[in-house]
Design a binder for this molecule. Structure first.
Ligand code: SF4
Length: 339
């Protein structure tokens, strides 16, 4: 029987991106492949320095030109390879087809222009509408993201709003042209816990109503639990585990993920101290050349782990892991050589 294959909205394949440091190029994202399907929320999780933000900036074409670049691989959005398009073509997609929310709205909003001016500018750039319509639409958008008295706020400057309100403005801006994909990079990190919960609820509500796909980048597994359909765990530039939210939380395979889950504070457990993973993520200039990149921090490391670089192996339906505790992760050449 002929079955129709579902087209991915975004398909990243063997992506390598990074920076020139002392005239040498280092990958911060190393051969990363994944898909985002329409209408789904995919969360990318990992500590700072794991390559999450470099990946999202690569997708948006926003890596700093002088030092950063996509070195290899493809980023297909609606079938089009974004690594081959011009800056002008990128400008038509950014903000319209793909929206983005950053961690700190104060750095993304221009302090010298009113909220209304900045919202209207996005609308003008991408939609053929009059000044009057853009203003009306800006007010509607502010109201849509839960900003009270939007007719007044529209004429205010970013510094006159609280952090939570500014993040709501960023969300309004990001969704103003009804993008098919929203990339949210640590959208709640700079906010206090109550406001975090409100912003997540708002994002989920907008996502459900609009049906847009969301790629949410976070170091916070609590946020992942709230939002994700699918989860991708990154460590030192590589994906180390990928699966549905259910698989990630109820059947974590990779020792790094298991430790991340253990580090979540729980109200039903009395702990004297909060657990943290020992050591730090290796810097991009100091990546181990062979073996598993997590080896120096892994409580389950084995002799092979310093020698053999694990591949992503299937450990369940759409559940993949990169760890030598699972035979599926041994590279083919190593398995064949030992036969
Ligand atoms: Fe730990 Fe080895 Fe698995 Fe790496 S491959 S996560 S070091 S057990």
């Amino acid at each position: 029987m002929h079955t129709q294959k579902k087209e991915a909205l975004l398909e990243i394949s063997e992506l390598e991106a990074g920076f020139m440091i002392n005239k040498q190029f280092y990958n911060a994202v190393d051969k990363v492949s994944f898909k985002v399907n329409p209408g789904k929320v995919i969360c990318v999780v990992g500590e700072s320095g794991c390559g999450k933000s470099v990946m999202s900036l690569s997708i948006m074409g926003l890596l700093p030109k002088q030092v950063g670049k996509v070195a290899r691989g493809t980023i297909r959005f609606q079938g089009r390879n974004l690594t081959e398009i011009t800056n002008d073509e990128y400008n038509k997609i950014r903000g319209k087809e793909i929206g983005m929310i950053f961690q700190e709205p104060m750095t993304a909003l221009n302090p010298v222009f009113t909220i209304g001016y900045q919202l209207e500018e996005v609308l003008f750039n991408h939609l053929k509408i009059s000044k009057k319509e853009a203003r009306q639409r800006s007010i509607e958008l502010l109201s849509h993201v839960g900003i009270p008295r939007p007719e007044k706020i529209v004429d205010q400057f970013p510094h006159q709003l609280s952090g939570g309100m500014r993040q709501r403005v960023m969300i309004a801006m990001a969704i103003s042209c009804q993008p098919k994909l929203l990339i949210a990079d640590e959208p709640t990190t700079a906010l206090d816990v109550t406001i975090q919960a409100q912003i997540l609820e708002l994002l989920r509500d907008i996502q459900e109503k609009s049906g847009m796909a969301v790629m949410l980048i976070t170091h916070d597994l609590g946020v992942v639990a709230e939002m994700a359909d699918e989860v991708m765990v990154m460590y030192a530039g590589k994906i180390v585990e990928q699966g549905t939210a259910d698989q990630i939380f109820n059947d974590p395979k990779h020792p790094y993920l298991q430790l991340l889950l253990e580090a979540i504070p729980r109200l039903d457990e009395e702990k004297d101290r909060l657990y943290s993973i020992k050591g730090i993520v290796p810097s991009i200039v100091n990546m181990p050349k062979t073996g598993c990149r997590f080896v120096s921090r892994c409580p389950k490391a084995m002799p092979d782990c310093s020698e053999v670089s694990p591949d992503m192996g299937d450990v369940g339906f759409e559940h993949k892991v990169r760890c030598l505790l699972y035979p599926e992760s041994y590279p083919k050449e190593v398995t064949e050589a030992s036969r």
